[in-house]
Ligand binder design. Structure first.
Ligand SMILES: Cc1cc2nc3c(=O)[nH]c(=O)nc-3n(C[C@H](O)[C@H](O)[C@H](O)COP(=O)(O)O)c2cc1C
Ligand code: SF4
Ligand code: SF4
Ligand code: SF4
Ligand code: FES
Length: 595
């Protein structure tokens, strides 16, 4: 094989594709050829690198120089200046929003510097479509060890020693789950991978599948050996076409290499995997609903017990694990359970991938050691809050998660500590909210999602979430009445305690946690008909406070209807007749002069 002088690791994840990495790739190829460098410089499409908000991104190896927001028009300059003449192009590098410093190397960018990459260890480093590159990074070595040197008990013992807990939300110990399924007596057993990823805004599982599909397959084969299963399914939502394409290719290659199918590596053990495409209903991520869906039935949860470890897919013993959980398994086999358990807290070991979004400078996917503080995640990695605004809360755990206020920012991130302050780890969604967020509106947003997604099987979840949504809508529209807040609390308790599945049991979390920490905001809405964050349109007056107005005219420029009247050196005013309450002026004003 020809040795290339430089490897350009260009992100080919869904996010970067959407922001133009394919057209940049074409332009780059053409320019390399044009300037005679096509043999010396090799372009490799990788999976998601995590910093999708800055896409398309590219890492130049072995130099470790990181480029961002690349456009086809940049290709000629990059090739000539950097790859031909050795002068990296500053203007395409990352500029820290806080220090305003330009940072050339990936390692010095705070977003990457504080991470600990285990589950996503191959992201941005290999071509996900090449099984050889996966193997070159020790891929399938853990599986080889498990299949040829270890018994089922050894494997389960190692997973138990690692302390690995399910990354799909509930955090159930993976080794214990495998142990139950291993003990179940049956000639047919299944291993399933949950790649449904229903949480809005979450994309950690998709990223792993796109960047490192073999890691998930390797984890599944090891799980299969542990419980003695012969068939596996990956349940992946149809909205993830690139993940499905790369997974299909990975399955095909693994079969070609004798790593899937009969008698894997001559060990006498056989296992195969197929992909099942789900239609993307949130409730289908729930384990019993997911299994029904694979059986071709309507995806609705059923009561447990019996647990899937005894009666799962087609009533056979089944292990279901999340993508991220499985991506850790190969490395645990290779390096040992103790290695994995050396990082993390007493109850939560290893690393966790989070999707950080909302009012934060660095939006993207990060993998951090368990036990890191929320403050470190938000400020050191996330770069803090943009526009010099103040932090208000962080919502953890997806649509059924909870809000954590500033006083708990030093909480270490682990399953138990996060639960103590009223949120859940969930699958790893982290939404940061600044002072302009209305907590009633936030609760309404999540409840809207949850009640849409309720499967309707049990009354408290079906009717209760709808009723909560109605009350929240009423409050944010200025029609709140005494007693509403108490009704919200009562309904929440009933739904939590009487719903059949995790969706209903956790649905009231956003309401309860905001009521707990931001109760005064609910009171202001109901009793003073005021939205303190000035988000609920019905409660805004759309008038300008002349004392606060700095006469800058930004509101005038932002208004789409000409409702703002303003002249140089004069305070603005708003014509209510023309105002359509779009909030553009409010968002534009930096001086809080619009009420
Ligand atoms: C409403 C609902 C949706 C869920 N969605 C997902 C999902 O999208 N992905 C996932 O891995 N787990 C999801 N879960 C959790 C699964 O039921 C199950 O616990 C998990 O896949 C087990 O894998 P783990 O032990 O590796 O976490 C969901 C649970 C509920 C109640
Ligand atoms: S709790 Fe909600 S989503 Fe779960 S089974 Fe009941 S109605 Fe369906
Ligand atoms: S809310 Fe919209 S329409 Fe009304 S004054 Fe402001 S910018 Fe103009
Ligand atoms: S943007 Fe604010 S400060 Fe500027 S003119 Fe409008 S109301 Fe006044
Ligand atoms: S898709 Fe390119 S960084 Fe995420």
């Amino acid at each position: 094989m020809d040795q290339a002088r430089l490897h350009l690791m260009l992100c080919g994840g869904t996010g970067c594709h959407a922001s133009g990495s394919k057209s940049f790739h074409e332009a780059l190829d053409a320019e390399l050829k044009n300037q005679g460098l096509e043999k010396e410089v090799r372009v490799i499409e990788t999976g998601c690198n995590g910093f999708c908000a800055l896409g398309p991104v590219m890492l130049v190896q072995p130099e470790g120089i990181f480029y961002q927001q690349l456009k086809a028009d940049d290709a000629a300059e990059l090739v000539e200046s950097h790859f031909l003449k050795g002068r990296p192009v500053q203007r395409l590098m990352y500029r820290d929003p806080v220090s305003k410093k330009t940072m050339a190397h990936m390692d010095e960018i705070p977003f990457f510097a504080h991470q600990m990459i285990w589950a996503m260890r191959n992201k941005g480093l290999i071509d996900p479509e090449s099984i050889d590159e996966y193997i070159a990074r020790d891929g399938y070595f853990g599986m080889a060890k498990a299949l040829t040197e270890m018994s089922s008990e050894d494997i389960i013992g190692e997973i138990k020693a690692s302390g690995l807990r399910g990354r799909g939300g509930a955090g159930f110990p993976t080794g214990v789950k495998w142990g139950f399924a291993a003990q179940a007596k049956s000639d047919v057993k299944y291993v399933l991978c949950n790649a449904d990823e229903g949480d809005p805004g979450a994309f950690m599982d998709r990223s792993i599948l796109e960047a490192d599909p073999h890691a998930v397959l390797e984890g599944m084969i090891i799980a299969a050996k542990a419980i003695n299963a012969t068939q596996g399914y990956i349940y992946c939502r149809t909205e993830y076409p690139l993940a499905i394409q790369r997974l299909s290719l990975a399955i095909e290659k693994a079969r070609d290499y004798g790593l899937l199918g009969e008698d894997i590596l001559g060990s006498g053990f056989g296992f195969d995997v197929d992909i099942y495409q789900g239609a993307g209903a949130f409730v289908c991520g729930e384990e019993t609903a997911l299994m029904r869906s694979i059986e071709g039935r309507r995806g609705m949860p059923r009561p447990r017990p019996p647990f899937p470890a005894n009666k799962g897919l087609w009533d056979k013993p089944t292990v279901l694990n999340n993508v991220e959980t499985l991506a850790n398994v190969g490395q645990i086999m290779l390096n040992g359970g103790q290695w994995y358990a050396s990082v993390g807290t007493e109850s939560s070991k290893g690393t966790k991938v989070f999707a950080i979004s909302g009012d934060i400078n660095n939006i993207g996917l990060v993998e951090v050691p368990m036990g890191i503080s929320l403050r470190k995640m938000i400020y050191d990695i996330g770069g803090g809050i943009p526009n010099k605004r103040k932090f208000k809360a962080v919502q953890l755990g997806g649509p059924s998660g909870g809000c954590i206020p500033e006083k708990y920012l030093d909480t270490p991130v682990d399953y138990e500590e996060i639960a103590k302050v009223g949120a859940i780890m969930g699958s790893g969604g982290v939404i940061v909210m600044d002072e302009k967020t209305c907590m009633v509106d936030m609760a309404r947003f999540f409840m809207d999602f949850i009640q849409e997604e309720s499967c309707g099987k049990c009354t408290p979840c079906r009717e209760g979430t709808r009723r909560i949504l109605e009350i929240l809508e009423k409050i944010s529209e200025g029609r709140g009445e005494p007693g509403d807040i108490e009704t919200l609390e009562e309904l929440s308790e009933v739904i939590k305690s009487s719903s059949l599945c995790g969706l209903g049991q956790t649905a009231p979390n956003p309401v309860l946690s905001t009521l707990n920490y931001f109760r005064d905001e609910y009171y202001a809405h109901v009793y003073e008909k005021r939205c303190p964050a000035k988000r609920c349109v019905a409660l805004l007056k759309f008038t300008v406070d002349p004392d606060k107005c700095k006469k800058c005219g930004l509101c005038f420029k932002a208004c789409p209807t000409g409702a703002v009247q303003w002249e140089k050196k004069q305070p603005a005013s708003i014509d209510k007749e023309k105002c359509i309450q779009c909030m553009a002026c409010y968002d534009a004003c930096r001086f809080d002069a619009i009420e």
